[in-house]
Design a binder for this molecule. Structure first.
Ligand SMILES: *[C@@H]1O[C@H](CO)[C@@H](O)[C@H](O)[C@H]1NC(C)=O
Ligand SMILES: *[C@@H]1O[C@H](CO)[C@@H](O)[C@H](O)[C@H]1NC(C)=O
Ligand SMILES: *[C@@H]1O[C@H](CO)[C@@H](O)[C@H](O)[C@H]1NC(C)=O
Ligand SMILES: *[C@@H]1O[C@H](CO)[C@@H](O)[C@H](O)[C@H]1NC(C)=O
Length: 388
């Protein structure tokens, strides 16, 4: 049994309690996953929710639709859920009545027990090159936000949309990153303005895997390598993930929106592919995802965004056996359908305390939201009874 506890460090006893908990249990930042379901062999959502909560450090889940069975399954887990409006519904969502209907049908029945934190309007819409979707994207985001405002949900639920790195016309060196011409002024600028005004993140899907060659494999996998220097800034990049994120940051900064937070909507590495592919095996997938988790949660940040953590959603929770395309597309999963790891990666929970990302300062007392094991709660009650 686990509960989300908010411990307010207002008294000395509680400071000591938190310190004690930190020494007994390793505190780790949680990580997110994309829970794709294009498969015919996956376990039922309620088993998945229970498994993620009790056995892994995964505390954020993104789904590609608003599947009611999944939303029910994650009720009372505290796990942060991001849901998606499919691309083909974007034109309709520019109509406030239809946006409100969408929320009434897909959000209202599940909150507050399911912790829905974000709605994504479409997925990688600019890469579809579909003009109807692209011109309606920002209006749909704005209308959906208005619908959330009318339901008084805008503080709880944020609106965003994930982008592929195809939105950049230039990404090397990172400081020269720019959005594609045309999209920069007509789509990205109003979108970033909207995200800034609504305190919502900009979401990108960086995949070093798709940019990797035999000569930069170590750079792509966060392994030891000599690094790549950005001549403009004299900053040294030791991994491709940082270089890709900083290219996005530079493009945002060029438009004047470097203060909008970046969330990694998807990133990952397949464990199997066709034999000609570079670095596609369980060891590479393990190195990429393991190093990624350490990197994004470490607080080291990137050369242009130092001292930050990034909310990151690994692609993907499971292998998806019905996905089309090359073999690797069906092999991005961390877990087999029987919920054992495809390869070893530090994502299982072994007496760790999973910290939520956002510590808040509330009326002078620093509050640390933690997911605590029941024995920590017992420890707390014991200490309280001794008036510690
Ligand atoms: C858009 O909304 C109309 C109702 O106004 C509905 O008939 C139609 O199926 C919707 N389109 C999509 C793609 O959901
Ligand atoms: C919005 O959708 C509703 C329901 O389908 C429809 O009655 C209304 O005419 C639409 N409004 C606009 C401006 O298209
Ligand atoms: C980041 O952290 C390092 C080490 O604590 C510190 O020296 C540096 O000034 C920080 N940089 C920024 C931009 O906060
Ligand atoms: C889980 O499934 C994988 C792949 O089918 C298999 O190799 C493994 O032995 C299974 N593990 C258990 C504990 O059933």
């Amino acid at each position: 049994m686990e509960k989300t506890f908010v411990i307010c460090v207002a008294s000395r006893a509680n400071v000591i309690l938190v310190l004690l908990a930190l020494t007994i249990f390793q505190v780790v930042q949680g990580i997110g996953v994309n829970y794709g379901t294009i498969a015919n062999n996956l376990p039922p959502p309620y088993q998945v929710a229970k498994f993620l909560l009790h056995s892994t450090i995964i505390n954020k889940v993104r789904i590609f639709d608003a599947n009611p069975e999944i939303l029910h399954a994650f009720a009372n887990t505290g796990i942060e859920i991001t849901i998606t409006i499919p691309n083909d519904q974007i034109p309709n969502i520019t109509n406030l009545t239809l946006a409100q209907q969408w929320i009434n049908t897909n959000v209202q029945p599940f909150i507050p027990s399911t912790n829905i934190i974000r709605i994504l309007v479409g997925n990688e819409v600019l890469s579809t090159a579909n003009k109807l979707l692209i011109i309606n994207l920002v209006p749909a985001m704005q209308t959906l936000h208005t619908a959330l405002v009318t339901a008084s949900l805008d503080n709880l639920i944020k609106v965003s949309t994930p982008h592929s790195l195809g939105i950049l016309s230039n990404s090397s060196p990172p400081s020269s990153g720019r959005f594609r011409q045309g999209y920069d002024i007509h789509v990205m600028k109003p979108m970033l303005r909207f995200l800034k005004d609504t305190n919502s993140p900009f979401m990108v899907n960086p995949y070093p895997f798709f940019a990797c060659t035999s000569s930069n494999l170590d750079f792509a996998l966060f392994r030891a390598n000599s690094g790549v220097l950005d001549d403009n800034t004299k900053l040294l990049y030791t991994n491709m993930f940082d270089a890709q994120l900083d290219a996005v940051y530079s493009a945002m900064k060029f438009l004047g929106f470097e203060d909008v937070a970046i969330v990694i909507g998807e990133t990952g590495w397949p464990s199997m592919g066709n034999s000609a592919q570079i670095g596609v095996n369980p060891k590479s997938a393990s190195d990429y995802n393991g190093n990624l988790i350490r990197h994004v949660t470490s607080g080291v940040g990137t050369p242009l965004m130092p001292n930050q953590t990034f909310d990151t959603y690994i692609f993907a929770l499971f292998d998806e056996n019905l996905k089309l395309g090359p073999i690797c597309e069906r092999n991005f999963g961390l877990f087999w359908p029987n919920m054992t790891l495809v390869y070893d990666v530090s994502i299982m929970r072994n007496n760790v305390v999973v910290a939520n990302n956002h510590s808040k300062v509330i009326s002078g007392a620093t509050c640390y939201p933690f997911v605590f094991h029941s024995y920590v709660i017992i420890l707390y009650l014991l200490m309280e009874s001794y008036k510690f």
